[in-house]
Design a protein around this ligand. Structure first.
Ligand SMILES: Nc1ncnc2c1ncn2[C@@H]1O[C@H](COP(=O)(O)OP(=O)(O)OP(=O)(O)O)[C@@H](O)[C@H]1O
Ligand SMILES: [Mg+2]
Length: 307
């Protein structure tokens, strides 16, 4: 592409057309993890690109948390390769991952409920002013920065002085996302950020996942929910019993197909058969055995339609 660089009012343009523009930030190649003789993950390929959302789906125990623990530096892979910016890595701790710009937002957010929003935003990385030994917290600058950063992500809170515990779960997730972006994350890992949220709150979190992508981050979005995944995802990886059952680009899979993969088609068909004998349960919408899509996603009808 030969689009001329946007020379707006800001003189300094940060992106100097990097040649590695689409180079994967994070890559797993045949990666796996065994806990003793429990093989939690095996032969998994995964790619995270700048400005892309990679969704990792799967049922309980499928290996989703194990996968992100490898990438976030909590555990080490025991097979295959793990690359960051094209170079093999092996993290000894989450600190190593953070140093590479890989930030993880866990579901049980590490916030202090009674502290104000701005204070939580800087928790552990407070701004200070003045020389030692009279160095003190730079409260004004922290408040102004937190306010600006939240606004940059489109998050408007009435009052940054309110204890973070008074925010909704969705809002707290959003603050955590804005915080990771501010502290220089290039890869953002979200472990089931919408699992405990209602429809509206989930929508808000999905919006900020899209906002993080707009800012060029690579996002790994772990979820049980194919609908949430499909709203923001560029790539979908479905884990099943520790292996990759499906890996598809958005253009190659429909929401229906993704939902069927997630539902575990064959199991649903068996469930339908059982439930039909119970009575009082409407099984009409469940798939029949044999009526399920094949493992590989059928291509969607293309827009340039032949006939
Ligand atoms: N520390 C551990 N020691 C032994 N086995 C483990 C350990 N952590 C996970 N496992 C096993 O590895 C498998 C995958 O677990 P994992 O937590 O990655 O699944 P998950 O997809 O995150 O599930 P959930 O949706 O319930 O969070 C499971 O069989 C689990 O019992
Ligand atoms: Mg998990």
């Amino acid at each position: 592409m030969t689009t001329s660089k946007d020379t707006g009012t800001h003189g300094a343009v940060l992106q100097d057309t990097p040649p590695e523009g689409d180079r994967p930030l994070v890559e797993l190649r045949g990666a796996g993890k065994a806990y003793g003789n429990v093989r939690a993950l095996h032969g998994v390929d995964l790619t995270v690109r700048p400005a892309g959302v990679t969704c990792v789906l799967g049922d309980n125990g499928a290996g989703k948390s194990t996968l992100i623990k490898i990438i976030s530096g909590l555990h080490q892979h025991t097979e295959g390769e793990f690359l960051v910016d094209g170079a093999p890595v092996r993290f000894a701790s989450p600190r190593d991952a953070l140093d590479k710009g890989i930030a993880t937002v866990y579901q049980d957010l590490a916030t202090v409920p009674l502290m104000p929003v701005w204070r939580n935003f800087f928790l552990g990385s407070e701004m200070t002013k003045g020389p030692w030994p009279v160095r003190r917290l730079d409260i004004a600058r922290m408040k102004a920065t937190a306010d600006e950063e939240l606004r940059n992500m489109g998050i408007v809170l009435d009052d940054l002085e309110q204890p973070i515990g008074t925010l909704s779960g969705g809002q707290r997730q959003c603050v955590a996302i804005a915080r990771a972006v501010y502290f220089g994350a290039r890869v953002l890992i979200l472990d089931e950020p919408t699992a405990a949220l209602g429809v509206k709150q989930s929508g808000v979190v999905l919006k900020y996942i899209a906002a993080a992508r707009e800012r060029g981050l690579g996002v790994i979005f772990i979820t049980h929910n194919p609908h949430h995944a499909y709203m923001v995802g560029d790539h979908f990886s479905v884990l099943r019993l520790g292996t990759l059952e499906l890996s598809a680009e958005r253009a190659d899979i429909t929401l229906e197909e993704l939902t069927n993969h997630m539902a575990g088609g064959a199991e649903l068909a068996a469930l339908k058969h059982e439930l039909a004998q119970v009575g009082g349960v409407d099984t009409a919408e469940l798939p029949d055995e044999g009526a399920l899509p094949a493992a590989a996603a059928a291509p969607r009808p293309s827009a340039d339609g032949g006939d």
